[in-house]
Design a protein around this ligand. Structure first.
Ligand SMILES: O=C[C@H](O)COP(=O)(O)O
Length: 250
């Protein structure tokens, strides 16, 4: 998979193979496996990842979250290997428990080294939180440099608090989000933006030229714990495709 898709790629988070099949009725670039019941970057069971990989065409990457990770490098490395073994092409780790840059780097290096050893084709994605100050986590703008030093392929900017009104654009300024995307590019990483994104956020974020836009809540009836609807997937997919060709093909 190229680190820099020509247009912003559309990542849809699903919880089951049934939801993956529903999302695949529409054009989706990445199927992401997540367990919203375990948090913002909640991990699914390995068999769920395998079942989903089984219904997703090989040409479409499957990513999997391994949790809002405490500062436990061994646990994180083992979880990443588990996700890759279960079929994840991309492994996303939420930098929740790392309170300093050194801890974040150590955590990311443990995971990157484990993936390199056991699943060298699996890509590591470092998950930063725009609202990290609420749990004393590291500033999201520090994450791209750390991710690059550790050997990650990309960086995700998400939100930890998924309650109503805590959307990425309400938490971080457009300038800061743009700085995050630019830092990823400068460090040779792909960038992904998420965080209770809504339909109306798409035309605001695409001019920043992120490589991926990720959604869960906006794709579901009744929020991120609800059921994914192919109608909602189609709305977002069409908007990304249309807006990308209008503004991002310079
Ligand atoms: O990786 C993307 C996330 O699943 C986004 O979830 P959300 O839209 O509910 O914040």
């Amino acid at each position: 998979m190229s680190s820099y898709p020509k247009r912003a790629a559309f990542l849809a988070s699903v919880v089951s193979k049934e939801e993956a099949a529903e999302a695949l009725k529409v054009q989706v670039d990445v199927i992401d496996v997540k367990n919203p019941a375990e948090g913002a970057l909640g991990a699914a069971l390995p068999e769920t990842i395998t079942e989903i990989r089984g219904v997703v065409p090989k040409a479409i990457p499957v990513s999997a979250a391994i949790g809002d990770m405490p500062y436990l490098p061994g646990t994180a490395a083992l979880a990443a290997v588990g996700a890759a073994c279960a079929g994840a092409d991309m492994v996303k780790i939420g930098l929740y428990g790392a309170k300093t840059s050194d801890e974040a780097l150590n955590l990311l290096c443990s995971v990157a080294n484990a993936l390199k050893m056991y699943f060298p084709t699996s890509l590591l994605v470092a998950g930063a939180y725009a609202d990290a100050q609420i749990f004393g986590g590291i500033n999201f703008l520090d994450v791209p440099a750390l991710a690059a030093k550790a050997g990650a392929a990309g960086c995700l900017l998400d939100t930890f608090d998924k309650s109503f009104g805590h959307n990425l654009l309400e938490i971080a300024s457009m300038e800061a989000i743009g700085d995050f995307v630019s830092a990823c590019r400068e460090w040779g990483l792909f960038s992904a933006l998420a965080g209770s994104l809504k339909l109306e956020d798409v035309p605001l974020l695409l001019p920043l030229r992120p490589d991926y836009l990720g959604f869960r809540g906006a794709l579901c009836e009744g929020g991120r714990s609800g059921k994914l609807s192919s109608r909602k997937v189609l709305e977002i997919s069409s908007l990304i495709a249309g807006e990308s060709s209008a503004c991002c093909h310079s």
